[in-house]
Design a protein around this ligand. Structure first.
Ligand SMILES: [Mg+2]
Length: 93
């Protein structure tokens, strides 16, 4: 379920602006992760903010491409593959 405010933002500001915003927010989160890992910065509050921003934009991306259900299904499949790999990992230890 896409949050109604996310749907409204997409309808109000349009596909182009909002899909560019997805990229912008992802790059902001990328930057904060790099600061944290490479420069050992104490920026957890920025990471929280940018993670929320990215999640909000990903909701709009899913609404825009009408792929909410497909993403849920693929994610489920992918998690099972990861679980399988984790189980193998444990056996190799
Ligand atoms: Mg941001």
């Amino acid at each position: 379920m896409v949050h109604p405010i996310c749907k409204r933002a997409l309808e109000t500001w349009g596909e182009t602006a909002q899909m560019l915003m997805v990229i912008e927010e992802m790059s902001e989160l990328t930057k904060e992760i790099l600061k944290n890992i490479n420069r050992h910065k104490d920026n957890i509050s920025e990471i929280i903010e940018e993670t929320a921003d990215v999640e909000i934009m990903l909701e709009q991306l899913k609404a825009n491409y009408k792929i909410e259900q497909e993403v849920i299904e693929y994610k489920q499949k992918k998690l099972l593959q990861i679980e399988e790999r984790l189980n193998q990992w444990k056996k190799a230890e």
